[in-house]
Write a protein that binds this ligand. Structure first.
Ligand code: ATP
Length: 351
C-alpha cells in the first residue's frame, strides 16, 4: 500500500512532515504495510524548472499508488496560481476524483458536505479579450453534463444512506442560473426517488448560507455544485473554529483512488513561523487510513488529535500557544500511551 505525500507550499511544508511520524507509528503498531514517497511538487519546483505535474505521473499514480496526501498549494511568487491549477486540477480531473467530501464537524455533530469536483465553473472553458495590458471581456463557462451530475448525486446519496443519514439538501441557484440549475434539480429528484431512506430538500445557495450560519443542526447531508461547495466549505470552516480544522477527501468511487487535503491554503501570512495548526491534515491522515480499510488506526488517530486540541499544545488559531511540531509530538505521545494501554480515553471527545 503506497501513498504519495505532497507537502506543497507554505504551511503545507511544515504541517505534512509534522504528521508523518504519527503515520509511521501507527503503521508499525498495526502492521499496516503502508509506504509513502514524499514528492516535491509545488512552487519551488515550478519556479526552478517549470514542472507542475510531471509527465506520466498520473499513470504512475493510478498503477503504483492508492492515495495522495496533499498539504497546500499557493505561493505569493506565483500570483495567478498557475502551478496550483496544473497540479490540483490536473489530479482532480486526470484521476477523475469527482466526489469531494468536506465534513463540517460542528458542536451538534457532523454535516456531510459533498462538492462536485470536476466540472461547473471549474471546467476551464472560457476566454478573455485583452488589449493595452488589460482585460476588456471575460468569460468563464459553467459546464455540467448529465452523466457527471448523475454519478455524483448517486454516489453521495448512497454514502449518506450508508452513514445512516435521514436528510439531504441540494444547494443550487436555479432562479438565476437556470440551465445547470434545472439539470441538478432534475437529477436530484430522480435519484432521490431510489433512496426512500432520505428526505430531500432544495435551497438557493444564498438562503442556504444564511440558514447554515444560523442553525447548522438543521442539516445532515448537503450536495453542492463545484463553486458553491467550495464557498460553503469555508463558511463551514469558520463555524468549526477556523480553517485549520477543516478536512477533505476527493475520490473516484470506481477506481478507489483518493486525494486527502486540508481545506485551507498555504497561508503565506503565517508560513515559516511553525505555528500553523496541523489538525486538518492529521484528520485527513485519519480519513486516509479509514479509506484504506484501517478503521482502528483511523479512529485512534482521530481521537488523539481531538484530545490534543484541549491541551496546552493547541496552536494560536485555537487560542493556545503551541506549535505545529509540538502539537503533533503531543499527538504521537498520546498515541504511544494509548497503544500501550496507558492514559484512559476521556468520556466526551468531540470536535
Ligand atoms: P492560499 O492563497 O494558498 O489559499 P490564503 O492565505 O489566501 O492562501 P488560506 O491559506 O486558506 O488562504 O488562509 C486563510 C487564513 O486562514 C489565513 O489568515 C491563514 O493564516 C489562516 N489559516 C489557514 N490555515 C491555517 C492553519 N492550518 N492554521 C492556522 N491558521 C490557518
Amino acid at each position: 500500500m503506497r501513498i504519495a505525500v505532497v507537502p506543497g507550499d507554505g504551511i503545507g511544508k511544515e504541517i505534512v512532515p509534522a504528521t508523518l511520524p504519527a503515520l509511521t507509528l501507527l503503521d508499525d503498531a498495526f502492521g499496516l504495510g503502508i509506504t509513502y514517497d514524499v514528492l516535491d511538487w509545488g512552487a519551488d519546483r515550478w519556479l526552478a524548472d517549470g514542472t507542475g505535474l510531471p509527465d506520466g505521473v498520473l499513470d504512475r499514480l493510478r498503477t503504483e499508488y492508492r492515495a495522495v496526501l496533499l498539504g497546500a498549494l499557493g505561493d505569493p511568487r506565483i500570483p495567478d496560481m498557475a502551478h496550483g491549477r496544473e497540479i490540483l486540477l490536473g489530479l482532480r480531473t486526470g484521476l477523475d476524483l469527482y466526489v469531494n467530501h468536506r465534513p463540517l464537524d460542528l458542536a451538534h455533530g457532523t454535516v456531510d458536505l459533498y462538492r462536485e469536483n470536476t466540472q461547473g465553473l471549474y471546467s476551464q472553458v472560457g476566454g478573455a479579450v485583452t488589449g493595452r495590458g488589460r482585460v476588456s471581456v471575460a468569460l468563464d463557462e459553467c459546464v455540467y453534463t448529465r452523466d457527471t451530475v448523475e454519478r455524483f448525486v448517486r454516489t453521495c446519496l448512497r454514502r449518506l444512506r450508508t452513514a445512516g443519514r435521514r436528510k439531504v439538501t441540494l444547494v443550487h441557484k436555479a432562479n438565476a442560473v437556470p440551465h445547470t440549475g434545472r439539470l441538478w434539480q432534475e437529477v436530484f429528484r430522480a435519484e432521490l426517488a431510489h433512496v426512500p431512506e432520505l428526505t430531500g430538500s432544495e435551497e438557493y445557495v444564498d438562503a442556504f448560507c444564511y440558514h447554515l450560519v444560523r442553525d447548522a443542526s438543521a442539516y445532515e447531508g448537503v450536495l453542492a455544485p463545484n463553486l458553491f461547495g467550495d464557498i460553503i466549505s469555508d463558511i463551514g470552516a469558520a463555524l468549526m473554529g477556523g480553517l485549520g480544522l477543516a478536512r477533505s477527501a476527493s475520490f473516484c468511487p470506481e477506481s478507489g483512488f483518493a486525494l486527502f487535503e486540508p481545506v485551507h491554503g498555504s497561508a503565506p501570512d503565517i508560513a515559516g513561523r511553525g505555528i500553523a495548526n496541523p489538525y486538518a491534515t492529521a484528520m485527513c491522515l485519519s480519513m486516509l487510513l479509514d479509506h484504506l480499510g484501517h478503521t482502528e488506526a483511523a479512529v485512534l488517530l482521530r481521537d488523539c488529535v481531538l484530545e490534543t486540541t484541549h491541551t496546552d499544545a493547541a496552536t494560536p488559531d485555537l487560542g493556545g500557544a503551541g506549535t505545529t511540531d509540538g502539537f503533533m509530538s503531543e499527538v504521537t505521545a498520546l498515541l504511544t500511551e494509548r497503544l500501550k494501554g496507558e492514559r484512559p480515553r476521556p468520556k466526551e471527545n468531540r470536535p
